[in-house]
Design a protein around this ligand. Sequence first.
Ligand SMILES: [Zn+2]
Length: 320
Amino acid sequence: MIIGHQSILRILERSIKKDSFSHAYLFAGPEKVGKRTIAKEFAKLLLASHSSTKIGKECHCRSCQDIEKGIHPDFLEIKAKEKEIGIKQIRDLRRYLSLSCHHGRAKVSVIDKAEKMTKEASNALLKTLEEPKGRTVLILVTSLPNFLLATIVSRCQIIKFLGVSSFLIEESLLKLGAEKKLAREISKISQGKPGKALEFFSNPEKLKEEKKQMEEIISLSQRDLVKRFEVVEKISQNPSQIKNFLSLWKIWFRDLFLVKLGIEELTYSNLEINKDKILRQFSLFDLMRIIKLTEDIDYFISFTNVNPRLALEVLMLNAK
Ligand SMILES: [Zn+2]
């Protein structure tokens, strides 16, 4: 299901209608906002045997089903193995693109999390982009476009994805049969990310877990260093826990920042929080500094060999 991004859909649909699509696209924007979903739906329309000209319309034709199952001969999706996308995967992609299409229209490939390409892989991909062959369409998907080679980016048509309004997300959840209160709550918590919203809606346990974690983070933001270090020690063993912790930590401080500016209400307004006390605890400058530091620490943990526990301890020491 696609939520939002109407102007992007129109651009892509128009390019198919006019039969003038680019050889390479870069879908850039936050995680879980809908980039990969739309890339796949775009591929379906490019390769479809059905007659619809709208992206995202549910379709049970053979071609669309095969793409969904990952067995369409003219569609290839590349994903990071372990932590990276290696040279071998890009070589395979080059070989695949050099074959002629099965159904005549195009050969399409999606590279998900393209920022994970190694240097060698990036250089190999660059060669493909420099000498596009026949009717091939490459869609690079990334939440970190700055980590791609500038020479790669300059050869792609850039499609920028922004967060989706909570109103649109709420509306879609209502259409899916969610109750009003739940739809409102999920639309706020999912922070403009339809992928997250759908996950929370289809899996209430996940929503419960997220709220519980957020409560812990809110409480932790008011605790002393002993408690903070204790928590850091616990989560630093597990990379996915670290990622989630940093994401929620940032959401919480960004939330405080916006509330302090008077722009928004607290996202987690239904949790029992002594809002005024917390707001007195941090100045606007503190909040800005903490948000920036959280982003830096997230970067260091994701992309360097820094010791995660030490990095998180630095964050805890300075987040006050
Ligand atoms: Zn179809």
